[in-house]
Design a protein around this ligand. Structure first.
Ligand code: GDP
Ligand code: MG
Length: 237
């Protein structure tokens, strides 16, 4: 029984990876770099995007907003005058707690892929499931706010291992918490040695320039043929 269950999960992830590869091919054909941005609900993904996407130089960006319901985040980003497409998992996808490759594929025709260089996919807020599903992205990044506590990398290691970048957000609030930033960063390195991190505040703007530079660098690296997509499995090599 146990073996059958494992097999079903593997098959589901294989099917997802096949569609993720098809998405990847479409992104490659259009020359679009794709970032899968994940976090627990409320860590500050949208707030950071509101700050960081206002000036990406000559990088043309669009956002795919993943939410269970509603279009509140898409409405927040609309003032940036970048194309934003809302994808609700409650609309035909069973209200899933993550985006998968098939859901992203369903949104491709609504995205102006030919006219952009960078697509940011804001995943559904969840510190577990989104990390298990590749969607055809080049890079995965996550936001972890100091308000969540310093132990989260240890308790939800897959998410932290799956990402190339951890943005430690809400640094403006740290004095109101009992979080020790050094311990949080040490926990991050324990579960994912060598992971890059940025310290940010979407409230004050601290670290947002570095985040912007990171995004621009990823587009430059993809243009130079330095893609990092690994289609197999749920965690990077
Ligand atoms: N103090 C503070 N609040 C923040 C920061 N980033 C986001 N917030 C607030 O946290 C809440 C959730 O942010 P949001 O961007 O919607 O998180 P998301 O669910 O990850 O997209 C909102 O009320 C934001 O204004 C930050 O750096 N500092
Ligand atoms: Mg959001």
């Amino acid at each position: 029984m146990h073996r059958i269950k494992v097999r079903v999960v593997e098959d589901a992830l294989d099917a997802n990876n096949t569609i993720a590869r098809a998405n990847r091919e479409d992104f490659d054909r259009a020359g679009v770099t794709v970032i899968n941005l994940m976090s627990a609900p409320g860590a500050g993904k949208t707030a950071l995007l509101e700050r960081a996407l206002d000036d990406l130089g000559d990088v043309r960006v669009a956002v795919l907003e993943g939410d269970v319901e509603g279009s509140l985040d898409a409405e927040r980003l609309a003032s940036l005058h970048v194309p934003v497409v809302q994808l609700n998992t409650s609309a035909g996808f069973g209200g899933e707690c993550h985006l998968d490759a098939n859901m992203v594929r369903s949104a491709l025709s609504a995205l102006p892929l030919a006219d952009i260089d960078l697509l940011i996919i804001e995943n559904v807020g969840n510190l577990v499931c989104p990390a298990e599903f590749r969607v055809g992205e080049d890079v995965r990044a996550m936001v972890c706010s100091v308000a969540e506590g310093e132990d989260k990398p240890l308790k939800y290691p897959l998410m932290f291992r799956a990402c190339e970048l951890a943005v430690v957000n809400k640094i403006d609030l740290i004095e109101h918490t009992d979080v020790d930033l050094d311990r949080l960063l040490a926990n991050l390195q324990t579960v994912h040695p060598g992971i890059e991190h940025l310290i940010c505040s979407a409230r004050t703007g601290e670290g947002v320039d570095a985040l912007r530079d990171w995004l621009i660098d990823k587009v430059a690296a993809a243009r130079a043929g330095d893609g990092t997509f690994t289609p197999a499995g749920s965690a990077p090599a």
